[in-house]
Write a protein that binds this ligand. Structure first.
Ligand SMILES: NC(=O)c1ccc[n+]([C@@H]2O[C@H](COP(=O)([O-])OP(=O)(O)OC[C@H]3O[C@@H](n4cnc5c(N)ncnc54)[C@H](OP(=O)(O)O)[C@@H]3O)[C@@H](O)[C@H]2O)c1
Length: 324
């Protein structure tokens, strides 16, 4: 196939492009070139903010894959490109209600007709508007993959890499975890997402599907990370209200316990149904494999933790305070 990846110089788009190359397709990436495109692809440098951005990627494409957040970028692409099939990495942030558990694709979106005032700030609304443009142009030749948390090697957010890294490199005698028996994770390996999207592209199969990982109790996720890292030391589970009092962040970012979501308004975010994607052929590798490879990638990074998690000093201070 002739495959065009709109993006490809960052993480998810790069894995999509690399998967397409591995399958023997002829792959072009279109981006400004902030980073390199994967080996075996042709990089067309263009800025989607500018007129004529798609002039160098004319002709008929068997598949176009897009990771955009900005509906203006999507509109420009669907107007300019001649494609048999269009795949889009959207997000479960497109849904209106992140609180109710076990919702599926029938759940209401954020305002389906609205435009984001600033796609950088209004991520979910931006994805909704991107989806609208793609579905209007391609109909059932479009695959809209509403991804949940994506992880694995290359995860620059640090959310999927923190726990195996932390268990491999405890800051002291113990590792601090949230006491979160009722919480879940749904980690989708970026490589499983890419393989599935390329499978669909090769069949010309569309659809609007929640692409989420298998629902896993958070303690089981953390125990898997611990096993992968070979940690045999103590694990200290801190009560959720205490962590919140200490200003530990949920989910992501600095001074956080990544993947932990105590907020009752977000319990649906990590418990989406996911059965439609599995029925449509999305196959998940074991969580241990994702976390093992995430750890191997994290070990090669220049600084730890990056993107998310507690520094050694933060973890030690919290463990000391909890023991008092
Ligand atoms: N991480 C998660 O858990 C998660 C969950 C759900 C969905 N997602 C989605 O996954 C996608 C992540 O994609 P990604 O990792 O590849 O990261 P990204 O940083 O969103 O990549 C954006 C890509 O678009 C290109 N780009 C941005 N502005 C451009 C412009 N003006 N003109 C041309 N190209 C432009 C960038 O390349 P240049 O900078 O080189 O131009 C880059 O290749 C996003 O759509 C995100 O919404 C992520």
């Amino acid at each position: 196939m002739r495959v065009l990846v709109l993006g490809g110089t960052a993480w998810v788009g790069g894995v999509l492009a690399a998967e397409a190359v591995a399958r023997g397709h002829e792959v072009t990436c279109l981006a400004r070139g902030t980073g390199p495109a994967p080996a075996g692809t042709r990089l067309v440098r263009a800025d989607r903010e500018r007129p004529g951005a798609y002039e160098e990627v004319g002709g008929r494409w068997d598949a176009v894959l897009d990771v955009a957040r900005d509906p203006q970028h999507v509109r420009g692409a669907v107007e300019a490109l001649d494609a048999a099939w269009f795949g889009f990495v959207s997000s479960v942030n497109a849904y209106a209600d992140p609180a109710t558990p076990h919702q599926d694709e029938a759940a209401a979106l954020l305002d389906p007709d609205a435009e984001p005032a600033d796609p950088g700030e209004e991520y979910g609304q931006g994805k909704v508007a991107c989806e609208r443009g793609i579905l209007a142009a391609f109909g059932d030749r479009a695959l809209v993959a509403r991804a949940g948390l994506i992880g694995g090697p290359g995860d620059h957010t640090g959310r999927s890499t923190y726990w195996p890294w932390r268990f491999a490199h405890p800051s002291g005698d113990a590792v601090l975890v949230p006491d979160a028996a009722r919480r879940s994770s749904e980690l989708l390996d970026v490589r499983d997402l890419a393989a599935w999207m390329l499978d669909r592209a090769e069949r010309g199969a569309g659809g609007v599907v929640d692409a989420v990982g298998p629902e896993t109790p958070l303690p089981e996720h953390l125990e898997t990370a611990r096993r992968v890292a070979g940690h045999a030391g103590e694990v200290v589970a801190a009560p959720e209200p205490w962590l919140l009092e200490q200003g530990v962040q949920e989910w992501m970012g600095p001074r956080s316990l990544p993947l932990w979501l105590a907020d009752p308004g977000w319990q649906g975010f990590t418990t989406r149904d996911g059965s439609a994607a599995r029925a449509a052929g999305l196959v998940h590798r074991p969580l241990a494999d994702t976390l093992r490879d995430a750890l191997a990638w994290e070990e090669q990074q220049p600084a730890h933790p990056h993107g998310a998690g507690l520094t050694d000093a933060e973890e030690q201070a919290l463990l000391d305070a909890l023991a008092r």
